[in-house]
Design a protein around this ligand. Structure first.
Ligand SMILES: [Ca+2]
Ligand SMILES: [Ca+2]
Length: 229
C-alpha cells in the first residue's frame, strides 16, 4: 500500500513537472554556426538573408583580399550570394557570386536561456553601430524586449571574435538579432559561431543551454524524480 502510494505521488509529481516545464525532455539543438546550411532556429525578415548562410571563403573566391576566416563551412556573410557546391550550384550560383550591400533585413534567433558569464561570436562586415547610426549593420542581444548588447564589424570581411559580459542576465531568456538596415558602403554584417562561456572562459555546450527551461531551471526528468522513489 505504501509502495502504491509512493508510486502515485511520484507519478503525480512527474506529470506536474512535465506541465511546469513543457519544453523539457526534447532533444534539441541550436543552429549557432549555421552548419545546417540553412536558417533553422532563426527567422528572417526582408531580403538580406535570401542567399544565407553562405558557404566557404567566398570573399577570397571573388578576389576581395579579405579571407573570411569563418568557423566550419557555413556563416552569415550578407554581401555574398553563394550557397556552396550543392545547394548554390543547383540554383545556378557560382563561387564568388555576390548580392552586394543593397539588400536589407533582420534575422532573429529563437529564444534561449542566458546561463553564461560571457557570450562570444565571430563578427565581421560593416561598422555601422546600433546606437548613433541611422542605418546599422550589427548583431544585438535582446532581453525582455530591450537591446542590451550590440556589436559591429570593423569594415572588413575577415572575422574577429568578440565577447560580451552577460553575467547580469543570468536566469533570463534572450535572443539574437542580426540587423542589416544599410544599403550603402559596408552595408552588411557578417556573423558566425556564437557561444556562451563560463567563468573560466570555457564555452558552454548549446545542449546544456537548451536543457535549461524557459523558467530558468533545469528540467524535471524521470531520472530526477526517481531519487524520490
Ligand atoms: Ca559556421
Ligand atoms: Ca545591406
Amino acid at each position: 500500500m505504501q509502495r502504491q502510494c509512493s508510486i502515485a505521488i511520484v507519478s503525480a509529481l512527474f506529470v506536474a513537472g512535465l506541465l511546469a516545464f513543457p519544453h523539457t525532455g526534447r532533444c534539441e539543438s541550436f543552429n549557432f554556426g549555421f552548419e545546417t546550411g540553412d536558417l533553422t532556429d532563426w527567422t528572417a525578415e526582408g531580403e538580406a538573408f535570401e542567399f544565407q548562410p553562405t558557404w566557404g571563403d567566398n570573399p577570397t573566391a571573388r578576389g576581395r583580399g579579405q579571407a573570411s576566416e569563418h568557423a566550419g563551412d557555413w556563416w552569415l556573410g550578407l554581401y555574398e550570394a553563394y550557397q556552396g557546391p550543392e545547394i548554390g550550384e543547383a540554383l545556378g550560383q557560382v563561387a564568388g557570386a555576390i548580392q552586394g550591400d543593397g539588400p536589407q533585413g533582420t534575422l532573429t534567433s529563437d529564444d534561449f536561456s542566458l546561463i553564461g558569464e560571457t557570450m562570444n561570436f565571430l563578427m565581421g562586415g560593416g561598422a555601422h553601430p546600433w546606437v548613433d547610426d541611422a542605418a546599422p549593420t550589427c548583431v544585438n542581444l535582446v532581453v525582455n524586449g530591450d537591446v542590451v548588447r550590440t556589436a559591429t564589424g570593423a569594415n572588413t570581411e575577415t572575422f574577429s571574435r568578440q565577447e560580451w559580459d552577460i553575467a547580469e542576465f543570468k536566469g533570463e531568456r534572450g535572443h539574437l538579432v542580426v540587423v542589416d538596415n544599410n544599403g550603402g558602403g559596408w552595408g552588411h554584417p557578417n556573423f558566425d559561431d556564437v557561444h556562451q562561456a563560463d567563468a573560466s572562459g570555457t564555452n558552454i555546450s548549446w545542449d546544456r543551454v537548451l536543457a535549461v527551461g524557459a523558467q530558468g531551471k533545469l528540467p524535471v526528468t524521470w531520472a530526477h524524480m526517481k531519487r524520490y522513489y
